[in-house]
Ligand binder design. Structure first.
Ligand code: PGA
Length: 315
């Protein structure tokens, strides 16, 4: 079982939201793996020196120039509707999405609030799959207020978003808890959109991403969402996002397998909108987006989905 965890080693070289740079090489730590069974979250830390990553991978990729997609996975765009919407507004949004022209070579997923999943499932085109925004750590039963992975499958969900920063930092979920959820959901054949991403103070202290336990790399999309960029309008620059995405991909290559590194979609989230998605999409390790606010507007979400064309042009 491959595990990812939360700890990160401070560094001074990461670019902050205002693109500051410093001298010493950053250490990315916090990706860990374990041979433990699916039901445990035992793990050990594994440090990755991103200075090495940067010189061996990022800069080589930059010099290749014309390569716009380092991974082999299909472009993936998820809309995280969070706790937004009413029956009426969702009816309108679904209608806008149904009539939008979407590029064919993109996996598209939307995550409505639980109570509207059935409405969306019954009215949205099959072209777009549905994600839940959370799931319980195990089989259902006497767990008031929770929703099980089995129930999500029963209602037609293919995906679940786990580890979102709002669940971590507002609700207080920790790595172990999120790891259990991921393990259980994957075991039920749900795809997991696994969110990682640092707080502003963590970035300023040189930490870039936090990660948590996952049981297998099949069926996982990693969403890198720097917390300082979520819902703030402060999007990471394409370079800032690429820097972390390449570190995650290189970690996967070294610690899981080159095949998993290639096929795992690493998507960016945090103030993505119809105006900035094309520039971000051009970066070769950005395999798509997880979109909050802008996914509530059908036309804007369609533009973000169709930013895959910028990637193709860049290639
Ligand atoms: P945002 O949210 O696009 O509104 O910044 C992204 C997310 O939280 O997934």
């Amino acid at each position: 079982m491959a595990m990812i965890s939360t700890y990160l080693t401070p560094s001074s070289q990461l670019s902050g939201p205002k693109s500051s740079t410093a001298a010493s090489p950053p250490l990315f730590s916090g990706l860990r793996r374990s041979s433990a069974s699916l039901s445990t979250t035992q793990s050990f830390f594994h440090s990755v020196n991103s200075h090495t990553l940067r010189s061996s991978s990022s800069s080589n990729r930059t010099s290749r120039g014309i390569v716009a997609m380092a991974g082999s996975g299909k472009f993936f765009v998820g809309g995280n509707w969070k706790c937004n919407g009413t029956k009426d507004s969702i009816k309108q949004l679904v209608s806008d999405l149904n009539s939008a022209t979407l590029e064919p070579d993109v996996d598209v997923v939307v995550g409505p609030p639980f109570v509207y999943i059935d409405q969306v499932k019954n009215s949205l085109t099959d072209r777009i799959e549905i994600a839940a925004q959370n799931s319980w750590i195990g089989k259902g039963g006497a767990f008031t207020g929770e929703i099980s992975a089995e129930q999500l499958k029963d209602i037609g969900c293919k995906w679940v978003i786990l580890g979102h920063s709002e669940r971590r930092h507002v609700i207080g979920e920790d790595d172990q808890f999120i790891g259990k959820k991921a393990a259980y959901a994957l075991g039920q054949d749900l795809g997991v959109i696994a969110c990682i991403g640092e707080l502003l103070e963590e970035r300023e202290a040189g930490k870039t991403f936090d990660v948590y336990a996952v049981p297998s790399w099949d069926n996982i999309v990693i969403a890198y969402e720097p917390v300082w960029a979520i819902g703030t309008g402060k999007v990471a620059s394409p370079e800032q996002a690429q820097e972390v995405h390449v570190a995650v991909r290189d970690w996967l290559a070294k610690n899981v397998s080159p095949e998993v590194a290639s096929k795992t979609r690493i998507i960016y989230g945090g103030s993505v909108n119809a105006g900035n998605s094309a520039e971000l999409a051009k970066k070769e390790d950005i395999d798509g987006f997880l979109v909050g606010g802008a996914s509530l507007k059908g036309a804007d979400f369609a533009t973000i989905i169709n930013s895959v064309t910028a990637k193709k042009v860049a290639a």
